[in-house]
Design a binder for this molecule. Structure first.
Ligand code: GLU
Length: 448
C-alpha cells in the first residue's frame, strides 16, 4: 500500500502504543492514515486541532459482563462491548456482532471503519460498534433469547434514539434484534422504535433493510462497472459467505444479469456451474439455519469443496461478503490472474493490506467495504427516518433511495480520487471523502 505521510507517522505509532495487541484496529487505522497526507497538506487546521489523534481515540468504550444460563441451567459468562467512536455527524450508529472471535480489537476496527462509512452515506449518523464473544452456532432459540436479554440489561442504559442506535452484524439478525428490543421496552417502559434498527416489519422495521447491504454493494459495483463502460450482464461472479449480505448480493447480481456460481460458509465452498439456486440457499440458511454443504443433497451436480478457497474459482466479479481478512495477497493475485475485473466488498475489511495492494496495482475496479457496503447502515438511517415520522415507506421507494445513496457514494469517491490525483482509486476516495466531513464537523464543534 502507500505510505504514511511523515506528519502523520507519529500519530500511527501512538495508536500502536496506546492499543497494544489490537491488530485489526491497527490495520484499519493504517489504511485510513495512508490516505490522509494530501488532506492535511491542504487543511493545516486539522493538524492544529489534532483531528486525526482525536478520531483514532473512541469517545467512549463500554465493556461488560453478560451472564446467562443455557438450557441445562448451567451458568455461562460472555463479554459484551459497545464502542461509541465518533458522534460528530449524529448519534453513534453501527451493528452488534456476536461471534467467538470478538474482542476489543475487532469492535474497534469495526467502529473506526463505521465512522467513515456512515459519513459517506451523507446521512446524519455517527459511528459505533458493539457485540460479544457469544457464539450463536448450535444454540437454541431460548438460549439466544436469554443471552440477548442479559446483554440488553446492561446495554439499555447506554443507547437511545438520540444517543446510540445499534443494529445487526455477523450473528445478529432479526431474531436477536427482536429479543433485544423486547427487553429494552420492558426495562425502560418505552416503545421507542428508534433505539435499534433491523427491526421486524410489523414493529417499526423498514422494508429493504434485510436486503440493503447486499443490494447496496451490488449497486456500487454496478456503478464501478458503468464508469468503465461495462455492466454485470453475463458476468461470472463469486460471493463468499452465505449469510444475509451474501444472499442479497447474489439476488441483486442475478437481477442485473450476472451469474453467481459460488458461495461459502466457514466449513466449505459450494460451486454450481449452472448458477446458484438462491431459493434453496435462503431455505437452508434463513429458515432452517443449516450449513451450506446441504445444498448438494438436492443439487447433485453442484460441488461441495470442504475447507475450499472460493477465490481459486475463476470469476470476473468477486464480492467478499463473509468476514475480515478473507482475501490475502495470494488470493488477490489468483483472482486477478483468473480474469477478475471488479471486487466489491460486502464484508468489513475482507481484504488484507497485501491483497488491496494487488488490486490497486492491477488497476481493477476495487470498491472497499466502507464505501461498497454502506447500503446496510444507510438503510438503517432510512429506518430511523421512518420511525421518527411514524411512517413506513414502500419497497420500491426505499430501494430507489438506497440506489441513489449508493450512486452518490460512488460518484463522491470517484471524484475525490480524481481531485487528489489518484483516478480510479476508491480506497483513497472513500477515506478522504469520509474523513473530511467528520473533520469539518469536529472543528466546528470545538474541543470536545
Ligand atoms: N453492521 C452493518 C455495517 O457494518 C450495519 C450497521 C447498521 O445498520 O447500523 O455497516
Amino acid at each position: 500500500m502507500g505510505q504514511v505521510d511523515e506528519k502523520i507517522e507519529g500519530m500511527y505509532q501512538e495508536v500502536l502504543k496506546r492499543n497494544p495487541g489490537e491488530t485489526e484496529f491497527h490495520q484499519a487505522v493504517l489504511e485510513v492514515l495512508e490516505s490522509l497526507g494530501p488532506v492535511v497538506a491542504k487543511h493545516p487546521e486539522f493538524l492544529e486541532r489534532k483531528i486525526i489523534q482525536r478520531i483514532c481515540e473512541p469517545e467512549r468504550q463500554i465493556i461488560f459482563r453478560v451472564p446467562w444460563q443455557n438450557d441445562k441451567g448451567e451458568v455461562q459468562i460472555n463479554r459484551g462491548f459497545r464502542v461509541e467512536f465518533n458522534s460528530a455527524l449524529g448519534p453513534y450508529k453501527g451493528g452488534l456482532r456476536f461471534h467467538p472471535s470478538v474482542y476489543l480489537g475487532i469492535i474497534k476496527f469495526l467502529g473506526f471503519e463505521q465512522c467513515f462509512k456512515n459519513s459517506l452515506t451523507g446521512l446524519p449518523i455517527g459511528g459505533g460498534k458493539g457485540g460479544s464473544d457469544f457464539d450463536p452456532k448450535g444454540k437454541t432459540d431460548d438460549e439466544v433469547m436469554r443471552f440477548c436479554q442479559s446483554f440488553m440489561t446492561e446495554l439499555y442504559r447506554h443507547i437511545g434514539e438520540h444517543t446510540d442506535v445499534p443494529a445487526g452484524d455477523i450473528g445478529v439478525g432479526g431474531r436477536e434484534i427482536g429479543y433485544m428490543f423486547g427487553q429494552y421496552k420492558r426495562i425502560t417502559n418505552r416503545y421507542e422504535p428508534g433505539v435499534l434498527t433491523g427491526k421486524g416489519l410489523t414493529w417499526g422495521g423498514s422494508l429493504v433493510r434485510t436486503e440493503a447491504t447486499g443490494y447496496g454493494a451490488t449497486f456500487f459495483v454496478n456503478e464501478m462497472l458503468k464508469a468503465r463502460k461495462d455492466s454485470f450482464d453475463g458476468k461470472i461472479c463469486t460471493v463468499s459467505g452465505s449469510g444475509n449480505v451474501a444472499i442479497y448480493t447474489i439476488e441483486k447480481i442475478t437481477q442485473l444479469g450476472g451469474k453467481c456460481v459460488a458461495c461459502s460458509d466457514s466449513n466449505g465452498v459450494i460451486y454450481d456451474e449452472k448458477g446458484l439456486d438462491l431459493d434453496l440457499i435462503k431455505q437452508l440458511k434463513e429458515v432452517e439455519r443449516r450449513r451450506i454443504q446441504d445444498y448438494t443433497a438436492t443439487h447433485k451436480h453442484a460441488k461441495y469443496i470442504a475447507k475450499g478457497n472460493i477465490w481459486e474459482i475463476p470469476c470476473q466479479v468477486a464480492m467478499p461478503s463473509a468476514t475480515q481478512n478473507e482475501i490475502n495477497g495470494k488470493d488477490a493475485a489468483t483472482l486477478v490472474k483468473n480474469g477478475c475485473i471488479a471486487v466489491g466488498e460486502g464484508a468489513n475489511m475482507p481484504t488484507t493490506p497485501e491483497g488491496v495492494k494487488v488490486f490497486l496495482d492491477a488497476r481493477i475496479a476495487y470498491g472497499p467495504g466502507k464505501a461498497a457496503n454502506a447500503g446496510g447502515v444507510a438503510t438503517s438511517a432510512l429506518e430511523m427516518q421512518q420511525n421518527a415520522g411514524r411512517d413506513s415507506w414502500t419497497f420500491e421507494y426505499t430501494e430507489k433511495k438506497l440506489e441513489d445513496i449508493m450512486i452518490n457514494i460512488h460518484s463522491n469517491c470517484y471524484e475525490t480520487a480524481e481531485e487528489y490525483g489518484a483516478p480510479g482509486n476508491y480506497v483513497l476516495g472513500a477515506n478522504i471523502c469520509g474523513f473530511i466531513k467528520i473533520a469539518n464537523a469536529m472543528v466546528a464543534h470545538g474541543l470536545v
